[in-house]
Design a binder for this molecule. Structure first.
Ligand SMILES: [Zn+2]
Length: 477
């Protein structure tokens, strides 16, 4: 576990340097003894500050690790975070209790890189590993100023790591009931947050039949959880942040094959991101009116499961022919979007969903797919994407896509274009039918929310909390 604290005289040090700083022997905040040592290393060409190059030295019984950041002009925000992560996890600091980071540059952008490189980069999911964490407890000191920015960055990382915990844990742990309890504990005692929770009974009474259909093979209850946050009591305008929360996705009767189901506890990554953003909103005391919506269900199989070919009436009144039961996310979202549009009339709606494998085909694992009906909104989200390194890339939305959702039996069919053709856009087009007049953006985080294999960028394996930094920044600005 990492906590930030004041420097102690026993602290070990990491000194980050670019090649230019090394060559010019630029004054970074280290003692003259250390300066001399760095100068010597440069003179003797033992160290060039190339990216990821490290050099350990001991001066007067104190341990220092000098870390190269490469050329300044090639140092992107992503590369900085990766370098910080690698240094933090290096064998030299396995047993360190207290580390002082000497940073190469104190701009806001670099500060963001260092704090996130440390807090997001050193996150490890070890709940079920018997051996205790090899990272141990660490106190870290870092010269980030102003303190307000620093505290904000720490808060945002807490929200991201909470979302990661929720995604990484077992599907039978993080159920709809668990999510409800988590949200209740976050908003407890907050006078400007109220909850509306639609359980099975209310979902039936109000006619959220798509949501109910998806969950009907599960032993866990479906829930639509809405947290209403009032940060600007004078305004009646709301922004809704809506997350897909499928706690496990078997694919339903159109069962997923082996190799595609093993990570499906992560199909609630959208809802997890919503919870992370809610936590950040409260800790940052954002001055906006916001709705946080988690559409929770499990797509299980059994004699009760919903069936391909069924026609189901949505909350909005439109009937839907079920194309493939594995396209369940758009169904729970359709009812959630329809419900909040009618009952809360938000000005803006942004949804997050691990929605389509097609998004991974189109954009891979480093960019979230963005689809929007409003260019200004899309551009604001893209600006936040650049600033936070929580990346998004816009895909098109256009009227003709609706033609592909035609059904002979119902108002709409849940699956549009033939397999392999722009699945992300046609899934988004389906959602668009339920948003009413709101300005809307859809974030498909199917590729970005989870790392299979050992690590990606500055994330280790498992959940990344994608969307949390992106939308926290969007809401802050
Ligand atoms: Zn599915």
């Amino acid at each position: 576990m990492i906590t930030f604290s004041k420097i102690s005289s026993a602290s070990e040090q990491i000194i980050f340097l670019t090649e230019e700083q090394l060559k010019k022997n630029q004054a970074i905040k280290v003692s003259s003894d250390v300066q001399k040592q760095i100068k010597l290393l440069q003179k003797t060409k033992k160290f060039s500050a190339a990216l990821h190059e490290t050099f350990p030295v001991v001066i007067q019984k104190r341990f220092y690790l000098i870390v190269g950041l490469g050329k300044q002009k090639e140092l992107t925000s992503t590369i900085l975070r990766i370098a910080v992560r690698q240094a933090m996890l290096s064998v030299h600091f396995k047993k360190a209790k207290s580390i002082h980071c000497v940073i190469h540059d104190s701009s806001d952008e670099s500060a963001r890189g260092y704090v996130e490189g440390i807090l997001l980069g050193s996150y490890q999911w070890k709940k079920y590993i018997s051996e205790t964490s090899n990272l141990g407890k660490k106190r870290i000191n870092i010269d980030v100023s102003p303190k307000k920015l620093y505290q904000e960055l720490v808060n945002v990382c807490d929200g991201v790591n909470l979302a990661r915990d929720l995604v990484n844990d077992n599907a039978d742990t993080v159920t709809s009931v668990f999510v409800e309890q988590t949200i209740k504990s976050i908003v407890k005692g907050k006078k400007n947050v109220s909850l509306e929770i639609l359980n099975e009974k209310e979902l039936k009474k109000k006619g959220l039949n798509l949501h109910l259909a998806v969950n009907q093979g599960s032993k866990y209850p479906p829930k639509l959880i809405i947290a209403r946050y009032q940060g600007d009591p004078k305004s009646k305008k709301y922004i809704a942040i809506v997350g897909k929360g499928i706690t496990f996705d078997t694919g339903g009767l159109n069962l997923k094959p082996s190799g595609y189901m093993e990570t499906m506890r992560t199909d609630m990554g959208g809802a997890a991101a919503v919870i992370g953003i809610l936590k950040n909103t409260i800790s940052l005391k954002l001055k906006k009116n916001l709705l946080f919506v988690c559409a929770m269900a499990e797509n299980a199989i059994g004699s009760g499961a919903y069936k391909p070919g069924d026609v189901i009436k949505s909350y909005s009144g439109k009937t839907v022919e079920i194309g493939n039961t594995d396209a369940e996310g758009r169904l729970v979202l359709a009812d959630a979007l329809g419900y909040i549009s009618k009952n809360y009339k938000p000005e803006y709606v942004i949804d997050l969903a691990t929605l389509t494998g097609a998004c991974v085909v189109a954009l891979g694992y480093d960019y979230t797919g963005l689809v929007s009906n409003d260019d200004k909104l899309a551009n604001q989200i893209l600006n936040s994407s650049k600033k936070t390194d929580d990346r998004a890339w816009q895909l098109p939305s256009y009227a003709e896509l609706k033609d592909h959702l035609k059904s002979q039996y119902a108002d709409l069919k849940s699956t549009g274009l033939p397999k392999g053709a722009a699945g992300t856009c046609s899934a988004a087009e389906f959602l668009r039918q339920f948003i009413g007049d709101a300005k809307w953006a859809h974030l498909d985080i199917a590729g970005t929310s989870f790392v299979e294999g050992s690590s990606r960028g500055y994330f280790g394996f498992g959940a990344t909390g994608s969307g949390v930094r992106l939308l926290t920044d969007f809401l802050t600005n």
